[in-house]
Design a protein around this ligand. Structure first.
Ligand code: SF4
Length: 263
């Protein structure tokens, strides 16, 4: 995990340096005027005078990378992130929000239009349905943490592509590592498949607990895949509602919480 984060920060800093034109210059400041015609001799005297094509990796270590030791630090990096093409069309990145000490974390696949507009996870129609589920479980949104696998909206609400999910996944893994929830609910196929590293259908995965290992000595979280609230809205049948509620009752049993209502 630490290697993943190092890679993210390294690539992030490379991109930032590139876009800002802030090429790394080592050693003593060069006094040669920028208008001086360069020569082989003057370059030898002042080897940093010519702009480098990119920041060498060795120089990146000298830059101040923010340690991703808090959820706020992760959110700050996510908001500046350009590691995949999803950064190109976003209005706001959506790092996720909620209780940093939550025992329960909900993970969806990616932000939609409302989330992109507000920079908050699950605030549209699906978000309202998720709020209904959380309330029915006897909890409030402030009690849990809510986030997504990809932090920027895929255009037209298409599914996140595998390379986009892979680029973004270390942020989610680090968030989970910091929160250390007892239970993770993966909402929909994409979240479940990414976190469990499987391509099995959500219909086969949902309804039972899997182990989600942390990279430290903390015991693994229990991971419950279930249907995404958007799927629930599109297929608002007694069977689908019952399956999601059954899944959530297992989560409540694990967390030893009592329901406020049972439909
Ligand atoms: S989706 Fe993730 S990896 Fe891609 S730009 Fe947004 S924060 Fe970065």
């Amino acid at each position: 995990m630490k290697d993943d984060l190092k890679t993210i920060l390294t690539r992030h800093l490379e991109l930032e340096a590139f876009y800002a034109g802030d090429f790394s210059i080592r050693g003593a400041p060069c006094t040669r005027s920028a208008r001086t015609v360069p020569s082989a001799e003057s370059d030898a005297m002042c080897p940093t005078a010519r702009p480098q094509k990119s920041t060498p990796t060795s120089d990146i270590a000298t830059l101040q990378a923010p340690p991703l030791d808090t959820l706020d630090a992760i959110a700050a990096v996510v908001r500046q992130c350009r590691l995949c093409r999803l950064s190109e069309n976003r209005t706001h990145a959506v790092p996720g929000q909620g209780n940093p000490n939550a025992q329960l974390v909900f993970v969806g696949e990616g932000p939609g239009e409302d989330e992109d507009t507000q920079g908050l996870a699950f605030v549209g129609r699906a978000g309202k349905k998720l709020t209904d589920i959380i309330t029915a479980m006897g909890l409030r949104r402030e009690d849990v943490f809510i986030c997504n696998v990809v932090k920027c909206r895929p255009p037209g609400n298409r599914d996140p592509r595998p390379d986009e999910a892979l680029a973004c996944l270390p942020y989610l893994k680090r968030q989970l590592e910091l929160i250390e929830p007892k239970v993770i609910v993966a909402l929909g196929a994409h979240a479940a498949q990414r976190l469990l590293e499987t391509d099995q259908a959500i219909g086969r995965l949902r309804g039972r607990f899997f182990e989600y290992p942390y990279s430290n000595d903390h015991p693994p979280a229990k991971l419950m895949p279930t249907y995404h609230p958007s799927y629930l809205i599109r297929n608002y049948t007694v069977e689908t509602r019952q399956r999601v509620w059954d899944d959530m009752q297992k989560v409540m049993g694990e967390l030893k919480i009592k329901p406020t209502r049972g439909d």
